[in-house]
Design a protein around this ligand. Structure first.
Ligand code: PLP
Length: 430
């Protein structure tokens, strides 16, 4: 008996009439899941679990696209928000909280000497590009990874409808773990590049010397090195990938996990670059909103106190091993594997039988949801996944998934097993 998604489907029908795609975020929309047979509308969360509008319960590995790092309704973070709520949310001038959080970031992040807050990761990366352009007097950007919904970045993707043509000549892509691909760009327009921006920690570990090589090449060609730590921040470790891998950039961008779900981001960097922000326009009404800042302080305090990144890495390793064992036991080891880095393991599709990759991914996501797990491409961990019997429960649910997936993927007509529409993401980010 499949789970009931009656209210989910009714809500989607209603939302699509008034909201494009029925969602505020492409990656949370039905494009990435199984329209008609997926819990696209959630009602509440606690720890690592969420409940949809039909009352179905799930262990969540999407975590709101990774902001939830401690767990839903974390008591310490919620308390910090509630305490601040009694005093007010947004004020006409600065609050002491801004300095408290900035000082904490400076303490834990190697590249941070000054800080400017924003609301979305895109605020921080757009700010970094403007600072780099202002500082160097150049315009071009070399990028690797996903960085923002704004024109300067989306110009480099196939999803650039509505972006001015002139932006497309200003950004070029290089390949992770391929220094030659970066040097080719920089050499072709020596003196043209303002910034090299990359996600320093990616779905694979950097090859030995890669990050150091990126730093040296960037500086050799007179550009600023920007680490986009919007995913890796707080998850590789509290000091970000720059601390984890020991390479310090000029500027860095943080967001997502900073507030355990509250909207906050930060551009941080060396003083000589960040002082540019006194002249460069990087300014927003809600940059100093206090509930998010109070939440972020509570997140850092709790994560440091409990050494949360290490706990998450340890549990991820256990899950990786146990789920791979379960795959062997279920006889799907030729189809699937859990691989990737400890801070962000991933599902690897080794063989998809008669299905194409989108159908295979849809089938797996469908069967995971049926067994009570919401999943994307990565195993995005939060602290609550690591507590009590949760790891055992996660593996138990995977085992149920694997039997159902095996039946679908090894059949001659896997599409007949899909109870909704095949997912069709707008483009591949990583
Ligand atoms: C690595 C990276 N950088 C930047 C962003 C943009 O952040 P936001 O969506 O909060 O603007 C994202 C969002 O997914 C991201 O994954």
């Amino acid at each position: 008996m499949s789970r009931c998604f009656e209210k989910n489907n009714l809500l989607l029908e209603r939302a699509e009439k008034v909201i494009p795609l029925g969602s505020q975020t492409f990656s949370k929309s039905y494009l990435n899941f199984i329209k008609g047979a997926y819990p696209l509308f959630l009602d509440r969360g606690e720890g690592c679990r969420v409940w949809d509008v039909d009352g179905n319960e799930y262990i969540d590995f999407l975590l709101a696209l990774m902001p939830v790092v401690l767990g839903y309704c974390d008591p310490d973070v919620n308390q910090a928000i509630t305490n601040q709520l009694q005093k007010g949310i947004s004020f006409s001038f600065s609050t002491e909280l801004e300095s408290i959080l900035a000082e904490k970031l400076i303490q834990i992040i190697p590249s941070a000497e000054m800080v400017r807050f924003g609301k979305n990761g895109s605020d921080a990366t757009a700010g970094a590009m403007r600072v780099a352009r202002a500082h160097t007097g150049r315009e071009k950007i070399a990028s690797c990874g996903y960085h923002a919904w704004h024109d300067w970045y989306i110009a480099s993707t196939p999803f650039s409808l509505g972006v001015p043509e002139c932006e497309k000549g200003l950004i070029s892509k290089f390949i992770y773990n391929d220094l030659d691909s970066l040097e080719d760009l920089l050499r072709r327009d020596s003196g043209g590049y303002a910034a090299v921006i990359l996600e320093p920690a990616n779905v694979v570990d950097p090859k030995e010397g890669f990050l150091e090589g990126v730093r040296d090449l960037t500086h050799k060609y007179g550009a600023l090195l920007v680490f986009d730590e919007i995913v890796s921040g707080w998850r590789t470790g509290l000091g970000g990938a720059q601390s984890y891998y020991g390479v310090t950039p000029d500027l860095s961008c943080f967001g997502k996990a900073m507030g355990n779900g509250m909207p906050i981001s930060a551009l941080v960097g060396q003083r000589k670059y960040m002082k540019t922000v006194e002249k460069v326009f990087l300014s927003s009404t809600f940059g100093g909103e206090t509930l998010s800042i109070a939440a972020s302080i509570a997140v850092i305090d709790k994560m440091s106190r409990l050494n949360v990144p290490d706990v998450m890495h340890r549990t991820a390793r256990i899950l990786k091993n146990d789920i791979n064992d379960a795959m062997r036991d279920a006889g799907v080891q030729d189809y699937l594997e859990i691989g990737g880095v400890d801070w962000w393991p991933r599902i690897i599709f080794k063989n998809t039988g008669a299905a194409d990759i989108m159908l295979a991914t849809s089938l797996l996501r469908q069967e995971l949801a049926e067994a009570g797990i919401i999943h994307g491409a990565g195993i995005s961990m939060c602290y609550a996944h690591c507590l009590g019997d949760e790891p055992k429960e996660i593996v138990k649910r995977w085992k149920v998934t694997l039997d159902a997936y095996k039946e679908a993927i090894s059949s001659n007509s896997p599409s007949t097993y899909l109870r909704g529409e095949v997912m069709c993401p707008p483009y591949q980010v990583r």
